[in-house]
Design a protein around this ligand. Structure first.
Ligand SMILES: [Zn+2]
Length: 144
């Protein structure tokens, strides 16, 4: 207790009983505010899957970046195969198609995305995810 008194005397030149309680209160308020800020900015990190193009997309976060983004079968949950070989043989963008295939379901096509190859597809999915994080729309979804 005497150390605390000395601390206040050192800084303010005097000590009153309320100074200690005021400091405790201020520290507590700051701690609560900090907790809420951290909690709120991290909240979007619970958002780790979405249904787009009829398949399930899952990813992780590294700091603020979306990593390990990939698509999964909505029926069996297996990772899908991405066939964009076709994209190399065509020159016009509108003919480029990426096929998402589930090997586990018997090589069934689960989805096809027109407009580009797998890099294009990953980019637009990432864009859709970031759009939902920014707008806060991910909070309203029911899909887990
Ligand atoms: Zn499947």
């Amino acid at each position: 207790m005497s150390y605390i008194k000395l601390f206040f005397i050192d800084i303010f030149g005097y000590y009153e009983w309320w100074m200690l309680w005021l400091s405790v209160l201020v520290i507590a308020i700051f701690a609560i505010i900090l907790f809420f800020i951290l909690h709120m900015t991290e909240e979007y990190k619970k958002f780790r899957s979405i249904s787009l193009y009829n398949v399930i997309w899952k990813w992780k976060y590294k700091k603020n970046r979306i990593i390990s983004l990939w698509c999964y079968c909505p029926e069996c949950g297996s990772a899908l195969l991405c066939d964009d070989e076709y994209c190399r043989s065509v020159t016009t963008l509108t003919n480029k198609t990426t096929f998402l295939i589930c090997k586990n379901c018997g090589n069934i096509e689960k989805s096809r995305v027109v407009g580009g190859d797998r890099n294009y597809l990953l980019k637009i999915v990432k864009f859709e995810i970031q759009k939902r994080i920014k707008s806060g729309a991910y909070k309203n979804r029911t899909h887990k």
